[in-house]
Design a protein around this ligand. Structure first.
Ligand code: MG
Ligand code: MG
Length: 434
């Protein structure tokens, strides 16, 4: 759980970066209709949540880093007993001040009257330019209101600045409290993977494993951080397979990419295991290559290394493994030079992880891969995918393996947040024996 004082600190840090004479405006995510009268479960915009800890629609955050007066203001829905009767609790303006650390909070219905007065006199408006058309239009309306009111343009901010990059750079470095949430999200997902391993039987359908996953998450006050991928046999080779509706056969592998979200923070874990609980000799050989590639990559997740280095380590080990297993021909140099490994390993080895499963943050700056720093969190997820339609030797076709963990960058070395999910061949077979 992130404490209120941390949200206040983040807002202050942002104001310090954007500078005085500015006003920062951020809108909550609108509610989304699923179909008919039914709404999707509400989930706040990650940037908005990062600065507020406030999970309701119809809200606008206002930050004014002036030396005097109110700096941190929230416009939100007023707690309305009649509406709450239908929709459940709303925080309301008073509790927003008391519990979320705002200097002031106003009814969102008053925003057209109050906000132009707050904007007036600021030189710069900072917001997420172009991300919400309706908000952009309303903002130009608020600015126009100042124009008509004053009849002179000098009161209008003359600079618009996109806040996204500043905010996303802040989100890249996780605090201790954020790491705790992410560890919890990883532990819950690991528990779900263990439950799926223990309950997997030949002839079951993939969705029966999904039911175990859903149960474990819900029972731990969590939910999916993305739609889970539960693919057996040839489905292992469809990277974004989410139908999860095929019968699982003894002798096949099942690949499960399934994470949890806890207190808005995501985990993202992949494990691949045999449907019947025992790896065949060939499955062991392929699995061992991916596992070695993952361990070699994790070793390169260290402060001062660049983003590409752990990917390159994985590619090298996978390429050598594909040669050793005679899935590819040639020398290691040729395979790397001609990128023939890409027929079986076609994605990058990781991504940032945080409030979003594919979290914000640069991967390259000025054509250079970014340098890893303390308390960044990323995934390491190499794989080998040998489709039925590939030109690999027949005995290998129809197998796919990916292993994915969540790694915290630390000066003392990488910390595997998802370490509770069984990973070695022995650990997996032991877990499945129950
Ligand atoms: Mg994943
Ligand atoms: Mg991932």
């Amino acid at each position: 759980m992130i404490k209120t004082k941390e949200y206040v600190k983040r807002r202050k840090q942002l104001m310090k970066i954007v500078g005085e004479q500015s006003i920062t405006l951020l809108s909550s995510r609108p509610e989304l209709i699923r179909n008919g009268d039914v709404l999707h479960y509400y989930r706040q915009d990650s940037d908005f949540y990062y600065l507020t800890g406030f999970n309701e629609p119809d809200a606008v955050l206002v930050l004014i880093p002036s030396l005097t007066g109110q700096q941190q203001i929230l416009f939100c829905r007023e707690a309305d007993p009649k509406k709450m009767l239908w929709d459940g609790p709303m925080l309301g303006t008073q509790r927003a001040v008391d519990e979320c650390g705002f200097d002031a909070a106003y009814d969102i219905k008053e925003i057209d009257r109050r906000l132009p007065l707050l904007i007036q006199g600021c030189e710069k408006i900072c917001f997420k330019i172009g991300e919400n058309d309706e908000f952009d239009q309303r903002l130009s309306q608020w600015v126009k209101t100042i124009e008509t009111r004053k009849g002179q343009k000098s009161n209008i901010p003359d600079e618009f600045m996109s806040i996204s990059h500043v905010l996303h750079d802040m989100r890249l470095y996780k605090s201790n409290a954020e790491i705790k949430c992410m560890k919890k999200a990883a532990d819950i997902a690991a528990g779900a993977h263990i439950r799926m391993m223990q309950n997997c039987r030949p002839e079951q359908f993939e969705y029966e494993l999904q039911a175990h996953y859903a149960y474990h998450l819900t029972a731990n006050q969590s939910h999916s951080s993305y739609p889970p991928i539960i693919g057996s046999g040839e489905n292992n080779n469809t990277l974004h397979y989410i139908n999860n509706n095929q019968q699982m056969r003894s002798g096949d592998l099942v690949l499960i990419d399934a994470g949890a979200e806890y207190d808005f923070y995501a985990s993202d874990i992949t494990r691949t295991f045999p449907v019947n609980g025992r790896f065949t000799a060939r499955q062991k050989d392929l699995y061992a290559v991916v596992l070695q590639a993952q361990m070699d990559a994790i070793e390169q997740v260290k402060v001062g290394n660049h983003w590409n280095e752990f990917h390159d380590a994985a590619v090298k080990t996978i390429s050598q493994g594909l040669l050793d297993l005679k899935i590819l021909k040639g020398t290691l140099e040729q395979v790397l030079e001609e990128k023939t490994y890409a027929a079986f390993y076609m994605h990058m080895t990781g991504h940032w992880l945080g409030l979003d499963v594919h979290d914000v943050g640069d991967y390259r700056v000025d054509d250079l891969w970014v340098e890893l720093e303390e308390n960044m969190v990323l995934t390491v997820e190499p794989g080998i995918y040998i489709s039925e339609h590939s030109n690999a030797p027949k005995v290998w076709r129809g197998m796919g393996v990916r292993i994915e963990d969540d790694i915290q960058v630390k000066i003392k070395g990488p910390v595997v947040l998802s370490n509770k999910a069984p990973k070695t061949i022995d650990e997996i077979e032991h877990t499945m024996k129950g």
